[in-house]
Design a protein. Structure first.
Length: 374
């Protein structure tokens, strides 16, 4: 994410107001708090304001900006910025509260499962709690002609963009989850609670799978499944990105069908949604489908990008790796690091040994610095 996106997230009083209420309701003077993925630190600052004796703000991407902002708040030693990913972080104490906010618009995104499980095991004190403590995933079938049409147009217009063929693009983009805003009137079926997750529960699986049947609320075309979350941040404090709720940066998650599915008022709409969670940082997958009047359409994020068999083979256990030029350079650099030679010294040596790869001093130093980055 770019800093402009963080600034844009700060401009969301619904999101920030809900977390602030939850933090002031739960964090008591003297508590220890860990925020995983603190971003620009707003929630960590709230925890300090609520009286926490120590707040560890862990951040990966924008740690530099966070450090500068943290310095300006005047919380002194009570607030510590921890650079890097929480999975690699070692903290000197356990926390009464873990704050987290790195969700996609349907809650289940990115490395959620491994990051939350790791924090539950290593960061939380016995009896400690999560903000949010629970999350619900909701969904409904929707009629969204504009957003669906803009994705499907490449199929219709293949060969019509400057005479170039973009035909396969529709297949890829329609098989992806999209962030967007669905109006309440776009709902073709009643909202359904699909699953409730408890963040502190060590046995929580972070998967989702189900098939449902709902009557169409009116005649129309089903273009997609719209999913959203309700986060229980603290008792009685919810953050909700449902269609029609107060607008937040989260909007909703839209899973488009390859074709528009005609529906009659009151007719049976059968639909399914499945999320296969990530394991140990691997990709997570979504699958969905909808059926009405004898027609059935499906989508999966697995088909959302052109898959190269060579790329899969590259990761197979059967592959016998042979070191190439890249590995040779890396080995050379590692061998140079004797605990005495500086990065500049190593860069000079690697440049002399591999002049074609490192035509400038700057390029060699950047490479060496990247290898030894902490
Ligand atoms: C959606 S942003 C929200 C940040 C924050 N609540 C705010 O309002 O600025 C999520 C942040 O979490 C960070 N992040 C996600 N997972 C992380 C992890 N496991 N360790 C450290 N940072 C993480 C990302 O770099 C990103 O800055």
């Amino acid at each position: 994410m770019k800093l402009t996106e963080y600034a844009w997230m700060l401009d969301d009083p619904v999101r920030i107001g809900a977390y602030k209420r939850a933090i002031f309701q739960t964090v008591k003077p003297g508590d220890v708090v860990i925020e995983m993925g603190a971003g620009l630190g707003t929630y960590s600052f709230f925890a300090c304001q609520a009286g926490a004796s120590r707040v560890y703000a862990i951040e990966d991407s924008v740690a530099g900006a966070l450090e500068e902002l943290a310095r300006r708040q005047g919380f002194g030693e009570r607030l510590r910025v921890v650079r890097g990913n929480s999975l690699g972080a070692a903290l000197p104490e356990r926390a009464d509260w873990v704050i987290f906010e790195d969700f996609n618009s349907a809650f289940l995104g990115g490395g959620l499962a491994s990051v939350v499980r790791d924090a539950a095991e290593r960061f939380l004190a016995p009896g400690g709690g999560w903000i949010p403590s629970a999350a619900e995933v909701w969904a409904a079938l929707v009629e969204v002609p504009e957003s669906w049409g803009s994705l499907a147009r490449w199929r219709r217009e293949a060969g019509h963009l400057e005479g170039l063929d973009y035909g396969p693009l529709s297949g890829w983009v329609l098989n992806s989850g999209h962030k967007g805003r669905c109006a309440p009137e776009s709902l073709m079926s009643a909202p359904r609670l699909l699953r409730r997750f408890r963040l502190g529960d060590p046995g929580e699986s972070y998967d989702l799978s189900g098939a449902w049947e709902d009557p169409a609320r009116r005649a129309g075309n089903v273009h997609a499944i719209c999913a959203w979350f309700r986060l229980e941040l603290a008792e009685g404090v919810w953050l909700d990105n449902a269609p029609g709720a107060d607008e937040t940066v989260y909007e909703q998650e839209i899973f488009t069908l390859p074709e528009a599915l005609p529906a009659e008022a009151g007719g049976a709409l059968r639909w399914s949604l499945q999320c296969i969670p990530e394991r140990e940082g691997e990709q997570m997958w979504w699958k969905w489908g909808a059926e009405a009047g004898g027609k059935k359409f499906e989508g999966t994020t697995f088909a959302g990008f052109p898959l190269k068999l060579e790329a899969l083979a590259d990761r197979s256990a059967e592959k016998v790796p042979r070191p190439g030029r890249r590995q040779e350079i890396l080995r050379f650099v590692l061998d140079c690091a004797d605990g005495k030679l500086s990065q500049g010294g190593i860069a000079e040596k690697v440049r002399a040994a591999f002049p074609e790869e490192f035509p400038s001093e700057r390029k060699a130093l950047r490479y060496v610095a990247d290898v030894f980055r902490s």
